[in-house]
Design a protein around this ligand. Structure first.
Ligand code: HMG
Ligand code: MG
Length: 356
């Protein structure tokens, strides 16, 4: 097998829905997270705390978070929920909701009420990556844990100046300057921080030839600031096999370890799975995807969805990798959510799975 275990970060509730013009109810978003939590996923990016004028669709993220805190979706094992935010204001808004539900005390008893933990069987699922079981044990008493589930934040910046300005109204350097205090604060409060680098394989404004050394330099800065993981994002889907290989090689030469990397492919040109295989061969073991292939970035004109989680699972399983995620269930969710938001269901693996 090319890989033993691959971790999938499901970004459908955030990246998948943020670009939808038609307003989607908080109930539908909550229901989506609930269904996803039952598939065996370990990590779900469930919403974002960004400016509601910039991204109106994510305005109800506080409702989604409140719902997860007050009645955690049942899941076969602890879930890590991630929340995207662009600045300290976003972190403050996020902490307001988290602070209203303070962490359980590390008193030695089981975390969370029995009704929430009864559905969790840590033996039901293979470990996330080697040591992941130990990692969730170690985290189970920490400040970011609620009802036995973990909460983390993710931040995002861009590899080009033009995209940085459009997406977050600041330069690359200003992004890093904003994140330094944000990350210090998040980590002081016990929250791991994940960091995205957008347009790493192509920019809607500057073209496909984004400098891989710039991506490596930003990744190193973010790790230096304390990021747990760097999600290298092909926002526009312009990434090709040769340029993905070049980027990964450049990151390696700059000393960025595969363990610190995730790849985030949008499938605009249909290259996401090809680039996934290149990344697997390189040693990367974490990938972002969205159920139903939902998504797109509001500030990346023409960009379509993330690679469909169903297609990613099918490919990974065909290579002998374990994801712990149920393809049948994921396909049912893909069909359901695309129906809910009035879109065609376009995941090839999902459609084929449902019709067999
Ligand atoms: P700005 O206008 O420069 O913000 O926007 P500001 O700091 O000047 O503040 C202006 C006003 O916004 C103030 O309010 C702030 O309080 C408020 P006022 O005093 O005028 O009443 N404000 C906020 N309100 C709510 N939440 C906040 C927040 N921050 C300030 N967090 C800002 C700068 C970064 C806020 C804005 O550009 C923004 O929200 N951008 C988000 C864009 C976005 O969400 N893009 C999509 C997600 S990234 C993505 O999809 C890529 C990814 O998937 C990877 C990939 O594929 O590339 C992750
Ligand atoms: Mg994205």
């Amino acid at each position: 097998a090319l890989a033993d275990h691959v971790r999938i970060i499901e970004v459908g509730p955030r990246d998948g829905l943020q670009n939808e013009k038609k307003s989607i109810s908080a109930e539908t978003k909550i229901e989506l997270v609930r269904r996803l939590a039952g598939t065996g996923l370990e990590t779900i990016e469930a919403g974002s705390f960004v400016h509601p004028k910039w991204v109106p669709q994510m305005a109800a993220s506080d409702k989604v978070l409140e719902s997860i805190l007050s009645s955690p979706p049942s899941a076969p094992h602890p879930i890590t929920y991630q929340w995207l935010l662009p600045n300290s204001k976003g972190l403050d808004n996020y902490f307001k909701v988290m602070g209203a539900a303070p962490p359980e005390q590390p008193s030695g008893q089981d975390s969370g009420p029995a009704s929430n933990t009864s559905s969790m069987d840590p033996n039901a699922m293979p470990a996330a990556r080697s040591g992941a079981e130990g990692m969730s044990q170690a985290r189970s008493d920490s400040a970011n844990t609620r009802n036995g589930h973990n909460h983390e934040v993710s931040i995002f910046m861009a590899a080009t100046e033009a995209f940085s300005k459009k997406n977050t109204n600041c330069s690359i350097q200003e992004s890093l300057d904003r994140f330094a205090p944000l990350m210090t604060e998040a980590k002081k409060q016990g929250y791991p921080v994940r960091a995205y680098i957008s347009v790493a394989l192509g920019c809607p404004f500057e073209g496909p030839d984004v400098d891989p050394h710039k991506v490596a330099e930003i990744a190193a800065s973010l790790l230096e600031l304390g990021a747990e993981e760097i999600s290298v994002a092909d926002t526009t889907g312009m990434g090709t096999a040769p340029r993905t290989r070049k980027l990964l090689q450049t990151l390696k030469e700059a000393g960025i370890r595969n363990e610190d990397l995730a790849l985030h492919f949008h499938d605009t040109f249909g290259q996401a799975l090809v680039n996934t295989i290149i990344s697997l061969e390189h040693g990367v073991r974490t990938f972002d995807s969205a159920v139903g292939g939902l998504g797109g970035c509001p500030y990346s004109p023409g960009a379509t969805g993330n690679v469909a989680t169903e297609d990613l699972i099918y490919t990974l399983h065909s290579l002998g990798a374990k994801t712990g995620v149920d393809l049948d269930e994921m396909s049912r969710i893909g069909k359901w959510i695309t129906g809910e938001i009035g879109r065609d269901y376009n995941s090839s693996a999902g459609k084929a799975t449902l019709s067999r």
